[in-house]
Write a protein that binds this ligand. Structure first.
Ligand code: XMP
Ligand code: MG
Length: 177
C-alpha cells in the first residue's frame, strides 16, 4: 500500500493532469510563436507543473524561479506575501509567463504581478494548474488554467501539506481536512 493512502484521496489522477498539461503546452506554443518566452516558476509548488509544461511547449524558452512566502505551513493563509528568492536577471522587455500551482485567494499572484509589472516586461501572463474561485479575494486573470476545483485542500504534483506529499504524481485531497 502506498505511503500516502491513509491520508490522501485522489481528486485528479495522473492521466488527467498530464493530458491537461499537454493541452496547455500546445496552446502556449501557438500563442507565443515568433516571440521569446520566459517561464517564471513560483517556488516550490509550481515546479512539477512547470517542468512538465515546459516540456510540452515546442518553443525555445528561458526558465526563472521566484520564491514567495505566503503560507507558514498548514492550511491557513497569513495574508503576508514576500519574495524570498528573486529571479536571476532583469525582466525588462521579456515576455513573462508566471507559472503557479494554485490560485486560491489570489493575494499571492496579485502581489507577484505587481512586482513583475514594475520591472517593465514586454508582456505578462499567468498559467495556473488549479483555481479555487470560491475563495477568491481579488480578481486574477488566469490566461492558461488547468482545472477549477472546489474549496478543498489539495496536495501532490508539487502541492504540499506541511512540506509533505509534493512528490505524488496526481492531485490529491487530504482526508478529513
Ligand atoms: P493565495 O491564497 O495567495 O494562495 O492565492 C496561493 C498559494 O497558497 C498555497 N495554497 C495551497 N497549497 N494546497 C496547497 O498545498 C492548497 O489547497 C492550497 N491552497 C493555496 C499555494 O502555495 C499557492 O501558491
Ligand atoms: Mg505556491
Amino acid at each position: 500500500m502506498p505511503f500516502y493512502e491513509k491520508e490522501v484521496g485522489t481528486l485528479l489522477d495522473e492521466k488527467k493532469v498530464q493530458a491537461r498539461v499537454r493541452e496547455l503546452g500546445a496552446e502556449i506554443t501557438r500563442d507565443y510563436q515568433g516571440s521569446d518566452l520566459t517561464l517564471v516558476c513560483v517556488l516550490k509548488g509550481s515546479t512539477f507543473f512547470a517542468m512538465d509544461l515546459a516540456r510540452a511547449i515546442d518553443l525555445p524558452l528561458e526558465m526563472e524561479f521566484l520564491g514567495v512566502s505566503s503560507y507558514q505551513g498548514g492550511t491557513e493563509t497569513t495574508g503576508e506575501v514576500r519574495i524570498t528568492t528573486d529571479v536571476s536577471k532583469p525582466m525588462a522587455g521579456k515576455h513573462l509567463l508566471v507559472i503557479e500551482d494554485i490560485i486560491d485567494t489570489g493575494l499571492t499572484m496579485s502581489f507577484l504581478l505587481e512586482s513583475l509589472r514594475a520591472r517593465h516586461p514586454a508582456s505578462l501572463k499567468v498559467a495556473s494548474l488549479l483555481e479555487k474561485p470560491s475563495r477568491a479575494r481579488t480578481k486574477i486573470q488566469i490566461d492558461y488554467k488547468g482545472f477549477v476545483i472546489d474549496d478543498v485542500f489539495v496536495v501532490g504534483y508539487g502541492l504540499d501539506y506541511g512540506e509533505k506529499y509534493r512528490n505524488l504524481p496526481f492531485i490529491g485531497v487530504m482526508k478529513g481536512k
